[in-house]
Ligand binder design. Structure first.
Ligand code: ATP
Length: 323
């Protein structure tokens, strides 16, 4: 059985070979597997855990290539579907001079947007310990209904629901639609991971402190809210305690996938500990330190999937820091 089932998009990122240029000026693009939930599944397997990916790609060469990448990384793919009509999603990435990324998507509609509820592998989801998802699968029907159905299967089977919204504004019809869409399933999640930029977006920013803002985002059933902040590490909030865990000093070359690596690290530790660390601050802090290391290492190599670390690499960085 796969302990973590990740649901959502699997796509090809076209990453410019030279950074700091517009899409029009980029001389060439290198293809890289992408899709945050798929990255998380690979991240968990690389750390020695078991994970499955559930989603849809086109019955085309890109779709086959992506599923092969998952297989090579030991991700369970029996929940992946191939669409005969819609093509695998593509995203062209702009690497801006400040290291930030922008995306231009080719989805009209792409295969990930047309997965139907009856295509879900119900048994796969029911037998997991965590069901993890983002918000891109909420943008268009029929995948939105499929996402809702999958959450219901997980909820009914009393599986922990983990949510990383991963805001991609250009995919939504408007910022209001993005905010409403992301918040529409907020109260269903047991664990939520957001970046500090996402917190600003979801709460309209303002002068309040992060702790005050997080209060706005809290919901009664939430067990853990984590706010990541790049090199600053992360903050955590549970019903019983909250605090901050610093990250590691590294030399970042590409931050792609840092958040997904972080999530993979956190979910691996949660599953290993049978979720006990949700009630134990010291153990939770250790898990977040581990997750920070996963994120930090991922920034030191180009691309998401190639940069996701194994446990040995994470422990090496952690032992260096604690010397
Ligand atoms: P993504 O770029 O994948 O969308 P994100 O915005 O979701 O990422 P970040 O906050 O950038 O997530 O990074 C996740 C975690 O990775 C951070 O909380 C931190 O622990 C680690 N991390 C990211 N960037 C750095 C860095 N430059 N130095 C050290 N640690 C980092």
């Amino acid at each position: 059985n796969s302990t973590v089932v990740c649901f959502g998009e699997l796509l090809v990122d076209f990453v410019p070979t030279v950074g700091g240029l517009s899409l029009a000026d980029a001389p060439a693009f290198k293809k890289a597997p992408g899709g945050a939930p798929a990255n998380v599944a690979v991240g968990i397997c690389r750390l020695g855990g078991t994970a499955a990916f559930v989603g849809k790609v086109g019955e085309d060469e890109f779709g086959l290539m992506l599923v092969n990448v998952l297989k090579t990384n030991k991700v369970e793919v029996k929940g992946v579907r191939f669409d005969a009509d819609a093509r695998t999603a593509l995203a062209f990435v702009t690497l801006k001079a400040d290291g930030e990324r922008e995306f231009m998507f080719y989805r009209n509609p792409s295969a990930d947007m047309v997965m139907r509820p009856e295509e879900l592998d119900v048994e796969l989801i029911k037998h997991a310990k965590v069901f993890h998802f983002g918000s891109i699968s909420l943008i268009a029907e029929p995948t939105k209904s499929t996402h809702m159905a999958a959450m219901k299967i997980a909820k009914d089977a009393e599986i922990l629901l983990s949510y990383d919204p991963n805001l991609r504004l250009p995919l939504w019809s408007s910022p209001v639609a993005a905010r409403e869409g992301i918040m529409s399933i907020w109260n269903q999640a047991d664990i939520i991971k957001v970046s500090d930029e996402e917190v600003n977006f979801l709460t309209n920013g303002g002068d309040e402190t992060l702790d005050d803002v997080v209060f706005e985002l809290w919901h009664p059933g939430l067990k853990l809210l984590v706010v990541t902040d790049g090199p600053e590490g992360c903050r955590y909030y549970t019903p019983d305690f909250h605090g901050k865990v610093e990250s590691f000093k590294v030399h970042p070359v590409d931050t792609t996938g840092a958040g997904d690596a972080f999530m993979a690290g956190l979910l691996s530790k949660l599953v290993d500990n049978d979720f006990g660390l949700l009630h134990h601050e010291g153990k939770l802090r250790d898990a977040l330190w581990f997750a920070n290391a996963c994120g930090a290492i991922t920034t030191t190599e180009r691309g998401a999937i190639p940069a996701l670390p194994d446990t040995e690499t994470v422990l090496r960085l952690m032992s260096k820091e604690s010397m």
